[in-house]
Design a protein around this ligand. Sequence first.
Ligand SMILES: Cc1ncc(COP(=O)(O)O)c(C=O)c1O
Length: 337
Amino acid sequence: MNFRSDNILGCPPQILEAIAKANDAATHPYGNDPITARLHPLVSDLFEHETFVFPVSSGTAANGLSLGAVTPPWGAIFCHSLAHIAREEWCAPEFFTGGARLVGVGGDHAKMSPTALDEQIRLARNAAKPATLSITQTTEAGTVYQMSEVAALVEVARRHALSVQMDGARFTNALAALGCAPADLSWRLGVDALAFGATKNGTLTAEAVIVFNKDRAEEVAHRRKRAGQVSSKMRFLSAQLEAYLTGDLWLVNARAANRAAARLGAGLVAAGFVLAAPVDANLVFPRFTAERTAMLRAAGFEFLDWPWLGDDVVRLVCGFSTTDEAVDHLIRACGQA
Ligand SMILES: Cc1ncc(COP(=O)(O)O)c(C=O)c1O
């Protein structure tokens, strides 16, 4: 049984049906097709603001392009020390920005503290131009920033004239957890550029860069082409995003993943295990002895070690189709191991 990540899953039938339907007819390439054209009003409606949406094929590209759109090559990007952009993207943000510097900011459970952010901005001043705040929502420790917490960070950022980018690889899990509107977690809080994740929560291969301002949209358009991210058959990416955002599929999926993780977290705590971070969304980080970890793996469970939260911590991820049976099976196995 696989709790390794949310992208080990395929996609729901609605996505495959949308791809099959997009395959029915020949149409213009490079995003000049009717499906891609429909994304603009669809996403603008959902975000209650004129919104420019650029389908891309990976979260790393979405991060790089959205960071590049708001950060000059001589800029500093402030993110949590555990941020995916700092820890797992092989200098893609530096590459996409043409050389910007990433500066790690501390804070519990992968959430930056406003005081630490302010301090790092002051310290970085002579090394690079403080340019961008990057917030991961849901965080790499599975926690979700409350809206007031994002607002406090943005307040510090604005005081220093920084732009705000959001790594929303699990944006919808955060939305589902907070029960707020997409606008409340993005432009209304001051987010300028959003890397909108979808693949972990139900599309097959589609993510998007989202911006809320026309000038910035032009910038993203040029950068996306230069990055080789303008797919010639873009309609197949757009069809996935359209199906994902239609009929609440994105929210239904995220709620299901979050619910499964809540069940898993509660079951583990009830069985006496300690968690390294609160379960706010779809990630669970228990502390296991090395023996327990080995026995679970020998029994066929797959999951990652997560030493960034502690040497004895593992990461268990629930996805949109994780069943209660699978969760209960894992909880029982943990108790037995
Ligand atoms: C928080 C976060 N951001 C960005 C990404 C990058 O996504 P991709 O693997 O599609 O490049 C991931 C993937 O694991 C992630 O967890």
